[in-house]
Structures are given as C-alpha cells and as structure tokens.
Design a protein around this ligand. Structure first.
Ligand SMILES: [Zn+2]
Length: 133
C-alpha cells in the first residue's frame, strides 16, 4: 500500500514545517544519506535556511523525526515572538546559550534570556503552541 504524505510526515512533521514557515526561513530541505538500506537506517536530515544561518538536524530514523528534531532545535534558546520570553520545551525550564543570536541575526545572550522570563511551548497535534497564548 503506498504511503501518503500523512503517513510519512505525521503530526510532528506538519507542525515542524509550519513552525519553520512562521520563523521566516527562506528554505526547508529534507533528505537522506544512504540508499539501499531500510528506510529507518537511511540517515534522514532536515535543514532550514535563514539569512546568514542554517539550522540542521541530522541522522534521524524518519523524515518526521528529522523535522521534529529541527523544530526543537529552532525553539531551544529561542525568543517567543509574542511575549519575548525564553522558549521552554519542558516543565524543567528553558535552556539558553551563553552567547547566541536569533535566526534574524539579533544578539540574544544568556543574561537577556534570563531577564525575559519563560514561555512554555508544546506541540499540540500539527501545531507548535506558545505558552502565552
Ligand atoms: Zn510567549
């Protein structure tokens, strides 16, 4: 039976594609490294291209897993565009990088992130929802 895009991407994949679009990426690519192996061993990757930055997730077992990892990487240490808080992906709290720039090139260091408060993001079905919604 042929697989539909829904089977291949799953909710996580759709949510990631929507998130990448919302973050202003100019390009999103998905691919794999190895031919002639089981699909889960193909080494799936996903790249999101921004002005001056490329965010990648590599070596995953499916397109959906690569996209989910890319979404989490984009959100880790990021600033919520709505409340300007530091994005937290778990209830244990957010992770900020000591020195960092946002994907739009704005500097965003750990002190700024600490002062910003936190915004707990989670994936609900096909959408990443912000905590301040
Ligand atoms: Zn927020």
């Amino acid at each position: 039976m042929p697989e539909t895009p829904d089977d291949i991407l799953g909710d996580a994949g759709y949510a990631a594609i929507e998130l990448v679009g919302r973050t202003g990426a100019s390009n999103l690519e998905i691919g794999y490294l190895h031919d002639g192996v089981p699909i889960e061993a193909a080494g799936w990757w996903a790249h999101a291209q921004y002005k001056g930055a490329r965010i990648t997730a590599e070596d995953h077992t499916s397109p959906a897993a690569a996209l989910e990892a890319l979404a989490r990487r984009l959100l880790t240490g990021a600033k919520c565009t709505h409340c300007r808080g530091l994005v937290a992906l778990t209830d244990r709290g957010a992770l900020a990088y000591a020195t960092s720039t946002l994907v739009d090139g704005t500097p965003w260091n750990v002190d700024q992130a600490r002062q910003a408060g936190q915004c707990r993001w989670q994936r609900v079905g096909r959408t990443w929802k912000r905590g301040c919604e």
